[in-house]
Design a protein around this ligand. Structure first.
Ligand code: ATP
Length: 460
């Protein structure tokens, strides 16, 4: 395992945020506020998986910064005064998000139940940070790395209250105490996510802890919204190498799914499609922008279930409205679209069938289509959907086309381009004139207002 030092981590994090963190560290040193890198980024650095999101915690250690309270993160962020960086403060949670474009850094004030007695002794202070860490889900997520001089004072290079470093080395997820899953059953879904993403197992003692929470009915007390939020995160993680089939199998084997809704499991026929969905979600070449990949996931996972069970599951996960309708209607929609795709001849007709489908639907279809159809769908996603037409709607309006004729002509030109029948702008214009002529019953105007014969091509 990598040796961790603040210097080595500094070299690993995204270039854009490095000056922000430096400024925060300096501001913290001036105010007697310690800054630590914490949680996911420390874990991922140690596993050599790259550091993406920067999560910091701020801990006041006397002086101008006083004792840590919910304003500590904000105090240090304001002092750093980074030009052009947006600062959003969540006072209720004591957190601050610094961002510019798509880059962000989160700073949280150290949280503990017993802090805030002014003039607290340093030992109590150290306890505050430890308390924040031991409130976390798994020991491997509870590592903190002091970044500035104030944070490092009297501390080791890595703060590790749960022996998380050993657990990282052994590949295990371990909760901090025997009531951990009772306190927050959604941690079981987090366990599934990290287990699948990191290839870790749940430590034996933690399995017993989970079993006890299941036995005591703890999972019934949590709202569907909270479980759904965890499922949403689970289907975002294929970007980081998670196989959703593996995560859901973990939940099935540990009997969590049955506790959430009796009868729910991972149907064997959903495994392959979920695995392929995971691969596609993690494939940058597909360039997909599915905002809700969990909908694709639930389409595939729940399609093989009987109708009544699926409806109960959706209610349990608080899935309603359009998402619930899409998931419930998946099997029929997939059958219909895949049958048409199997009959489609040419890239243009595939395009016409799938162009209007949301990314979530496309992903689910590609994941369960038989291999030849899957290939055609993936080719459409990678190449054809991005094809630029040699003319625009405005060109067509200039030609004299109007209303629905413009859309019809563009659609026909698209088919022609994808099928290789239209190779340039002139050929596209010729087809447009033909469509215009048909729709008005007479010839459309030529480029200079002249009327001319239409040259039909492209499957006219
Ligand atoms: P990722 O790498 O996916 O961002 P992460 O470890 O940063 O994962 P988040 O969901 O962003 O995870 O949570 C940030 C930190 O907050 C975690 O590392 C974990 O320590 C803590 N945390 C989040 N949810 C819980 C929870 N339900 N119970 C306890 N601790 C939690």
């Amino acid at each position: 395992m990598k040796r961790v030092t603040a210097e080595a981590v500094r070299r690993a994090w995204p270039e854009e945020v490095a000056p922000w963190v430096e400024a925060l560290c300096e501001a913290g040193d001036a105010l007697e506020i310690g800054l630590h890198l914490v949680g996911g980024p420390v874990r991922d650095f140690l596993l050599d998986r790259g550091v993406r999101d920067i999560d910091l915690i701020a801990e006041a250690r006397g002086g101008e910064g006083g004792v840590t309270d919910k304003s500590t993160a904000e105090t240090v962020a304001r002092k750093a005064a980074l030009p052009g960086v947006r600062v959003v403060v969540h006072r209720r949670f004591g957190t601050v998000r610094l961002s510019k474009g798509s880059v962000s850094v989160d700073v949280a004030s150290v949280r503990s139940e017993t802090y805030a007695s002014p003039g607290a002794l340093p030992t109590v202070e150290a306890g505050q940070l430890e308390q924040d860490l031991t409130r976390r889900d798994f020991t491997v997520n509870a590592l903190a790395l002091p970044l500035n001089a104030v944070a490092s004072r009297g501390r080791s290079a890595l703060i590790d209250p749960g022996r998380g470093l050993d657990d990282l080395r052994d590949g295990v997820l371990r909760v901090f105490h025997p009531r951990s899953f009772h306190d927050d059953p959604t941690r079981a879904l987090r366990a599934a996510r990290f287990a699948a993403r990191l290839g870790f197992g749940l430590a034996r003692g933690s399995r017993n802890t989970l079993r006890a929470a299941l036995r005591d009915g703890a999972f019934g007390a949590v709202t569907g919204e909270r479980y759904r939020a965890e499922l949403e995160k689970l289907f975002l993680d294929p970007r980081h190498g998670l196989d959703p089939a593996r995560a859901i199998r973990f939940l099935s084997e540990t009997h969590v799914l049955a506790a959430l809704e009796p009868g729910l499991g991972l149907p064997p026929s959903a495994r392959g499609p979920l695995r392929r969905l995971g691969r596609d979600l993690g494939d940058p070449a597909l360039g997909l922008a599915a905002e809700s990949p969990w909908i694709a996931g639930l389409r595939l996972w729940l399609a093989p279930l009987d109708v009544a069970l699926r409806r109960r599951v959706l209610r349990r996960f608080a899935v309603r409205g359009a998402a619930a309708r899409a998931i419930n209607g998946h099997a029929k929609e997939a059958e219909r679209v895949l049958a048409r795709l199997a009959r489609a001849r040419g890239r243009g007709s595939i395009d016409a069938l799938v162009r209007e489908l949301p990314d979530e639907t496309l992903l689910a279809l590609a994941a369960e289509a038989p291999t030849p159809l899957r290939r055609r769908l993936l080719r459409w996603i990678k190449e054809d959907r991005r094809v630029q037409l040699p003319i625009s709607g405005r060109d067509l309006v200039e030609l004299g086309l109007e209303g629905p004729a413009v859309g019809r002509a563009l659609a026909r030109i698209r088919v022609g381009v994808l099928d290789g029948d239209i190779k340039d702008r002139d050929e596209a214009l010729a087809l447009a004139r033909e469509v215009g002529a048909r729709s008005t019953g007479k010839r459309a105007r030529g480029p200079g207002g002249r009327s001319g014969p239409a040259r039909g091509r492209g499957g006219g």
